[in-house]
Write a protein that binds this ligand. Structure first.
Ligand SMILES: C[S@@+](CC[C@H](N)C(=O)[O-])C[C@H]1O[C@@H](n2cnc3c(N)ncnc32)[C@H](O)[C@@H]1O
Length: 222
């Protein structure tokens, strides 16, 4: 699978065009993306991009950024967005922990963490995307109305994430343990990703797994 992906990477990179930033520096310098009048939302670990593409088509006036550590996936997402005619998506392949200086401070309206790897072993907890070392980055990047949404099928990881947010002073103001079990609402409330299905989510729902959801707000220090 990995070999097939790597083989296709140049093809997707070419088809993605300027939807795919090739470096964190070019991300920062893309003034058309960071227009002051546009809100910007970011998915960390965007995978194949189903979630971002749906959101971008529902909210054409908002700009969406997809970051994933795996180059093939950001190239795939960018190609998917471009071929769907969505002008408000850009992607970057990077480890999110390396972007501290490359994302403007207090500029993002929302951050989405969808089905992030749970890293179940204790010795790996620093790699979980809700570890305090990541939460402090999210706090730096979110604006004064900013919030973070997390969805996961992993109950222990979800409970641990709630503890981490609270430990560093965030308010976890919405927690739901069975999102969408009575059907996915078509409610589209202020760019919420709660009812927007990701690629992993579609698979997990078919398997009958429980989907947990939270909305967390950083301490108001601005
Ligand atoms: C389980 S997948 C979920 C993909 C997608 N959000 C979905 O729900 O379909 C987790 C994704 O997070 C990405 N990822 C893991 N650690 C990351 C990091 N430190 N920075 C950026 N992306 C990361 C992985 O490459 C993978 O694509």
């Amino acid at each position: 699978m990995r070999i097939r992906r790597q083989y296709r990477l140049p093809l997707y990179q070419q088809r993605a065009g300027n939807y795919l930033w090739n470096s964190a520096e070019s991300l920062l310098n893309d003034t058309d993306f960071w227009l002051p009048e546009k809100q910007v939302c970011m998915e960390v670990g965007c995978g194949r991009g189903a979630f971002l593409c749906q959101l971008a088509s529902q909210f054409p006036d908002i700009h969406f950024l997809g970051v994933d550590i795996e180059p093939y996936l950001t190239a795939f997402t960018a190609t998917r967005a471009r071929e769907a005619g969505l002008k408000n998506i850009r992607t970057l392949s990077a480890d999110i922990s390396t972007l501290m200086e490359h994302l403007p401070r207090h500029r993002l309206t929302r951050i989405y963490l969808n089905f992030s790897d749970p890293w179940p072993h204790r010795r790996h907890e620093k790699r979980r995307l809700t570890h305090p070392r990541f939460i402090q980055l999210y706090e730096r990047w979110l604006n004064k109305d900013g919030a973070l949404e997390q969805k996961t099928d992993n109950g222990p990881f979800f409970a641990w994430s709630i503890q981490q947010f609270q430990k560093v002073g965030w308010s976890v103001c919405e927690i739901e343990h069975h999102v969408g079990e009575n059907g996915l609402s078509t409610e589209t409330c202020s760019y919420s990703g709660k009812y927007i299905q990701t690629d992993f989510e579609a698979r997990f729902r078919q398997e009958g797994l429980t989907i947990h959801y939270l909305l967390a707000i950083p301490p108001k220090t601005l």
